[in-house]
Each structure stands twice: as C-alpha cells, then as structure tokens.
Design a protein around this ligand. Sequence first.
Ligand SMILES: Nc1ncnc2c1ncn2[C@@H]1O[C@H](COP(=O)(O)OP(=O)(O)OP(=O)(O)O)[C@@H](O)[C@H]1O
Length: 280
Amino acid sequence: MNEREHRVPEPRRRFEEPGTSAEDDVLLVADGLVMDFPGTRAVDGVSLSVRRGTTFGLVGESGCGKSTLTSLLLGLLRPTAGTVRFRGTELTGLGGRELRRLRAHMQVVLQDPVGSLNRRKTVGQIIGLPLAVHGAGDATARRARVAELLELVGLPTSYASRRPAELSGGQCQRVSIARAIALHPDLVVLDEAVSAIDVATQAQILNLLRSLQTELGLTYLFVSHDLAVVRYMAPEIAVMHRGRIVEQAPREDLFASPREEYTRTLIEAIPRVPSREATP
Ligand SMILES: Nc1ncnc2c1ncn2[C@@H]1O[C@H](COP(=O)(O)OP(=O)(O)OP(=O)(O)O)[C@@H](O)[C@H]1O
C-alpha cells in the first residue's frame, strides 16, 4: 500500500465557505434506485438527497426495504437500476479499493449494541481498529485518540481496558458511536441504532448523537421503524412503504398535514403519552 492509501480522511469542513453552491451542500444523492431479489422488488425507484450537516430521517415498518436501501446507499449492494452519488462520486462502477477509500467517510451504527462489537476485544481495541486500519498515527497517538473518543461519547477513559460483556447496552452503543466517528466521517448511518435499547437510555443516546452532530458537523441518515424517534432526530423525514418513498416532507409539515394514508397510520400509532423525547 502506498502512502495515499494510508491517508486518514480529513475532518469535514464545519462550515461551508462563502460562495459554495447548493450542490456542494448535498452529500448523498440517490436517483431512481431499484433493487430486485428473486421474487421481490425490495427497493422500487427511490430518489433522495441528504444535505451536509443535517439529519435525514427514513421511517417505515419492518420489511419495507429500509435495510436494503441503506446497503445500496453505503455501496454494499449493487442496485438493479439507479445511481448513488456520495461526495460527488458515483459509487456504482468504483473499484473495490476506491470504494473502500470512499467508505471510510461513511460509517454505520447498527441496532444490536452488544452483538455488533467483538466480544473478545477490549473497548480500546474496538475503537482503535479503524484508526489502525487507516494508519492513523502510531500506537501512542491512537491511544490518545481512543481516550478522546471515549470522552466525546461520555464514557470514562478507563473503559478502554473493558470488554463489551462488562458494559450495558447503552454503553456498548456509545462504543459503537465512538468507533463510527473515529475517522471523522462525513456521513453516519444510524440503522435502528436505538431500537434495542430501553427507553430511558434511548433518550440519552439520541441526545448524545445530537450534540455530536453539532460539535463535529456530522451528517446523519437516521433509519427507524419508530416515527416518534425519527421525529426527535430529523428535520426532514421520508416515509417508506413497500420499497417506495411514499411521502417526504419537513417534520412539521409531515405531522401537521400528512398527505398519505399510510403516514397517517404511522402517526396515529405513536403512543399519546406526553414524552420529553417527542419535543425537538
Ligand atoms: N438478500 C435477500 N434476498 C431475498 N430477499 C431479500 C433479501 N434481503 C431483503 N429481502 C426482502 O426484501 C424486502 C425488504 O427487506 P429489508 O430487510 O430491506 O426491509 P427492512 O425494512 O429493513 O426490514 P427489517 O427492519 O425487518 O430488516 C423483504 O421482503 C425481504 O424479505
């Protein structure tokens, strides 16, 4: 590997320089995405765009095609039709090495907080792995970065020597988040990231994600079946049903005047208990 391949992605620009166009503002664009599996069209003509520094919410029931769409957007699946552009580069057609390099700028936090961490490794090794893979400094510099990341996600630095089994679900999810932001990604895909966590801890993790976004200028694609959680996180929400985006609107408009019957059903399904999380 040459030196360029070891390069750690630069931290993203926190603010757009004057004169940058609206196009520069768009980080991720999907156009006419289709994904067929034998006997099923899992994604059926999805187009969307995600602006830098914002949270784009994607909501839909289990089986509607969210995970397939997420895999397409991350370049993990090749679409049957359609394109994905990330940072201005079209993913389809990229070679393995180019795709891996681009993917360092897009990270994922998955649903299962404990299962998505290697139980045999320490927290320090888990968070340090992307740094080691991308040659981010020597061992001492990487240890310092791990400590910094632990602090960023609200865990004591001493947790670097613990293993996932010694942590709660919420703490494991903080470790997953620290690992995801280690390389200063532009985009973090949060795929049902709080769905397996108890409600009280969910609120803490959501608030952590929001403050990290402000601090680090991150862009989130927030995917969940839970519209209340998506409402808390995302100013722009797309509703997915049977492989299609049936409605997309700013959060306030979606709740005030949903156009689709399906969206109304999702809104009506939100429990009517007064909840702090439901107020942005
Ligand atoms: N590898 C595959 N082979 C065949 N069918 C698949 C495959 N992956 C997904 N599907 C089908 O595509 C449809 C969408 O699945 P997908 O997992 O994307 O939905 P989802 O909204 O993410 O649901 P969940 O939250 O339950 O994962 C489903 O009908 C599923 O059975």
